[in-house]
Design a protein around this ligand. Structure first.
Ligand SMILES: C[S@@+](CC[C@H](N)C(=O)[O-])C[C@H]1O[C@@H](n2cnc3c(N)ncnc32)[C@H](O)[C@@H]1O
Length: 236
């Protein structure tokens, strides 16, 4: 795809949302944590490229998680990797409130939250070739055919992800929806500069904590599929 064609395609897909904002209830604790801690740990959406060194006050690599839900895995991963930085992006405020509480309880300083559409965040706030990884755990499967265009992991959205990864950076997706796993594998393989690190699905990455939606999938006897891709480096 030419750069200009890709931009048009991305602009078009940006109008199709990958989520639905439901007026979900927040617990009192989530509301309280949101009110008290959002100013400290949430980065407001802005049409301005972030300077990660200013944000984190260090030069450690930065990984973005898209759609962290209630943020269970996000908090555990950030706590276990204090030498790395994380940006969690989610549109549901209850999850944002929940994760803010976890940041405080665990004393995390390497995690920031952006409460906004991740595709807009990427386009407007994230420098090209700046991220060391993406985590996309159990993205909405959108099983109905007429909703497939809402799936997050498809071209040209994957082209946008690739453009934000530093050479050698990874894209890690887990899903319990086999047809989505298959489609995402094809779409990522078709994305120039991206290649699978495994032949077929990846083995379970033992460092990934179980997520809330993963538990639901397992309870429904669904298998888990993991995809691990990387952005080729110049030497490849
Ligand atoms: C099925 S849930 C999975 C949540 C969590 N990762 C888990 O495994 O428990 C998918 C989440 O992705 C979020 N999401 C979908 N598209 C998004 C986008 N473009 N930007 C930010 N969040 C998004 C939804 O709001 C939802 O909370």
């Amino acid at each position: 795809m030419e750069d200009s064609d890709q931009k048009t395609a991305i602009d078009h897909l940006r109008q199709v949302k990958t989520y639905v904002l439901r007026a979900g209830r927040m617990t009192e604790a989530q509301k309280r944590d949101y009110v008290i801690h959002a100013a400290r740990w949430c980065l407001p959406f802005a049409e301005r490229i972030l300077n990660f060194t200013d944000v984190f006050e260090n030069t450690a690599p930065v990984t973005m998680e898209i759609g962290f839900g209630m943020g269970r895995a996000t908090a555990i991963i950030a706590a276990e990797n204090p030498d790395k930085n994380y940006i969690g992006v989610e549109v549901h405020r209850a999850g944002v409130g929940r994760l803010l509480g976890e940041i405080e309880r665990r004393g995390l300083t390497n995690l920031r939250i952006i409460e906004y559409d991740a595709l807009e965040v990427l386009s407007s706030m994230i420098p090209n070739e700046s991220l060391s990884g993406f985590h996309v755990f159990f993205p909405d499967p959108w099983p109905k055919k007429r909703h497939h265009k809402r799936r997050l992991v498809q071209r040209p959205r994957t082209d946008l992800f690739a453009s934000k990864l530093a050479p050698g950076g990874y894209f890690y997706m887990a899903t319990d929806w086999e047809p989505y796993g298959e489609e995402a594998y094809i779409e990522l393989t078709a994305t120039p500069t991206m290649e699978s690190m495994y032949e077929g699905y990846a083995p379970r990455q033992t460092w990934r904590p179980e997520t809330r939606f993963e538990v639901k999938g397992i309870e429904a006897s669904r298998e888990i599929y993991e995809l691990m891709f990387r952005k080729k480096s110049l030497e490849d």
